[in-house]
Design a protein around this ligand. Structure first.
Ligand code: FPP
Length: 225
């Protein structure tokens, strides 16, 4: 969800105002995905590297997140949305953790869109943790190294029960993965737009999905061989 800072700068506003406007896009895109019957929406809300930002900005983002959860509970229930997280949430402030677990529990039986918030998430951290767990299981002979498959690795990632993404949308024209779902994006289609996240709303999402629908996905194979 890139471009919040630039959106604010263009208006001579402090960066946090960009995040506040970005939260409105979170709401709009989540509702649009529920309406369009998208099954999973993963939002990269806070990376393992984002702690390097000024303390005030981090505090604002955490606060924004708890407020969002408090405010959106009813809409999530109304729209049959299930909340999930990926990342090491144990390091988040207590207030955020409390609101997260309340909302996750409340929405756990919902069967529509699964909204996955990536929080204190980093793909390198995720893969490192998975390797450590698999190594321990090898030492205790729960897993034999010769039996390790791609599925074994996938089963030890935060995204264990979540399908790999079909489409990765990157706003504000950045041409990087930025430590996001490195394993899971192996065959995802990329859609990069110059639009800044606060300006990314339903119409822009529909455009991205329309472009995705015209892509020819071969997963390394050939069409009509
Ligand atoms: C990146 O833009 C954005 C973030 C690190 C924060 C994303 C958070 C939100 C959109 C709001 C809160 C989230 C939820 C789920 C309610 P940037 O700040 O790096 O922008 P820039 O690249 O223009 O500086």
């Amino acid at each position: 969800m890139d471009g919040n800072g630039r959106w604010a700068k263009q208006r001579s506003l402090p960066r946090i105002m960009g995040h506040r406007e970005g939260a409105k896009s979170v709401r709009a895109i989540t509702e649009a995905c529920a309406e369009l019957k998208v099954k999973y929406l993963t939002l990269y809300a806070f990376s393992t590297e984002n702690w390097k930002r000024p303390h005030k900005e981090v505090a604002f983002l955490m606060n924004l997140l708890s407020h969002y959860l408090v405010k959106e509970k009813n809409t999530m229930m109304k729209n049959n949305i299930r909340l999930l997280t990926i990342g090491d949430t144990s390091k988040l402030p207590l207030g955020v953790k409390t609101e997260l677990s309340k909302t996750i529990k409340l929405t756990s039986k919902n069967t529509g869109l699964s909204l996955v918030l990536a929080l204190n998430y980093g793909a390198k951290d995720e893969i490192t943790k998975a390797i450590k767990t698999i190594a321990k299981k090898c030492i205790s002979r729960k897993i034999s190294p010769s039996k390790i498959t791609e599925q074994t690795i996938a089963d030890h990632l935060y995204t264990k029960n979540i399908p790999d993404p079909d489409l990765m949308i990157r706003t504000s024209g950045e041409m990087r993965i930025s430590n996001f779902l490195v394993w899971q994006l192996a065959y995802a289609e990329f859609y990069i737009t110059d639009i800044l996240w606060p300006d990314f709303r339903k119409a822009q999402l529909v455009k991205a999905i329309e472009e995705y629908n015209n892509r020819d996905r071969r997963f390394g194979g050939v069409r009509n061989a």
